[in-house]
Ligand binder design. Structure first.
Ligand code: HEM
Length: 339
């Protein structure tokens, strides 16, 4: 069945839609893209939007001075119920974004959506993933609680390992501004700005290269928005329920020189690597994951041995990642910094 060609025209829309140029949504896309596995990227975007909105509110209450950070979060939790809820939405949206981005990555990997001409689209996605990890890390250290202090100690120890490249992550990099305050700047300006720029590129490429859905049947992009809106509402509801049912706590103000916590779940695979390989695991594990992601569009260009090996490696890495997260969550806490 073929869909009639987009009949763009202001007369088909109401006066508001006309002024918002909504006829621009009437381009056609593969009908197959109307399914959930093609909406995971857009749902990640919904989580990012929740993060941005709730994050803006949090900046009004959070104090990035090292001695005040913890008490400002404590204040949010104990004195302003609505902002407490928005903080929990923020934290759960961050987890949601991570789950969704990995689901999106896995779906794209499985359908080989990275093949010619979409290699750049894939690589922009790899950068987005790195930025999400950066945002998650810088967010974790902001609370100034024990988990935050240990995360920061790990980061500075990791920065030591990479020599000059790690200098900006050292306390002494700019003596006038504490590291925590600088990381706050990175969390609320540098990384979001980079994310918006790379996301702009990602979406531009999707708009102009289209998605790699099989089949010849076409549908108007507008028809995609209705199921997507439904899934987005469901996502917002799930995040809201989690925020109410499982509020994110705050540990005691952090004390340096101790290692008694584990990182948030999305970093547990790195923690597992540190358990097995020592501090170098902190560099090796991300290098393996991102190194593999970077070569995927090169190693799997066309059907053949390269494609098979890439698929097997990808699935193996994914299984290792999940097993490592579960192992690190269940294994007794371990020290890595030699404290
Ligand atoms: C902030 C994170 C991300 C957002 C918001 C995002 C958004 C999107 C959206 C809206 C689409 C269109 C259809 C779909 O959802 O499949 C898409 C497609 C795509 N994304 Fe992402 N994405 C993100 C991260 C990633 C990552 C981590 C990768 C891979 C490493 C990636 C690679 C791709 C590719 C290759 C396509 C085209 C898929 C195809 O044509 O089959 N994206 N992305």
């Amino acid at each position: 069945m073929t869909t009639p060609p987009p009949t763009a025209g202001p007369t088909r829309h109401g006066p508001v839609a006309e002024r918002l140029a909504l006829h621009g949504l009437d381009y056609d896309v593969p009908a197959r893209a109307n399914r959930l596995d093609f909406m995971l990227g857009a749902l990640t975007l919904v989580s990012l939007t929740l993060l941005a909105v709730t994050g803006i509110v949090l900046t009004q209450y959070y104090n990035p001075a090292p001695l005040a950070a913890h008490s400002s979060v404590q204040y949010i939790i104990t004195n302003v119920p609505l902002v407490t809820f928005l903080r929990d939405v923020h934290v759960w949206s961050a987890s949601g974004a991570m789950v969704l981005v990995f689901a999106h990555l896995a779906a794209v990997f499985w359908r080989r959506g990275f093949r010619n001409p979409r290699e750049g689209l894939w690589w922009s996605g790899v950068l987005l993933l790195a930025l999400l990890f950066g945002l998650s890390f810088t967010g974790t250290v902001l609370t100034g609680d024990q988990e935050a202090v240990e995360a920061l100690a790990h980061a500075t120890a990791g920065a030591d390992l990479v020599g000059p490249l790690g200098v900006p992550l050292q306390e002494a990099f700019t003596p006038s501004t504490p590291l925590l305050t600088r990381l706050y700047g990175v969390h609320v300006s540098v990384l979001p700005l980079a994310l918006v720029l790379i996301l702009g590129l990602h979406l531009w490429l999707i708009r102009h290269l289209g998605v790699s859905a099989a089949g010849t049947e076409r549908a108007l992009f507008r028809s995609h928005l209705r199921p997507l809106g439904g899934f987005a509402l469901l996502l917002v509801a799930v995040v809201g329920i989690f925020a109410i049912a499982l509020p994110h706590g705050l540990l005691a103000p952090g004390v340096g020189g101790f290692e008694v916590t584990k990182p948030p779940w999305e970093f547990l695979w790195i923690y597992a690597a540190e358990n097995l390989l020592g501090m170098n695991g902190m560099l090796i594990a991300p290098a393996v994951l991102f190194g593999f992601l970077a070569i995927v569009p090169i190693s799997d260009r066309q059907p053949g041995r390269g494609a098979t090996v890439t698929r097997v490696l990808g699935v193996t890495l994914f299984v290792i990642l999940v097993v490592a997260i579960v192992y690190a969550a269940l294994a007794p806490g371990q020290t890595h910094l030699g404290m």
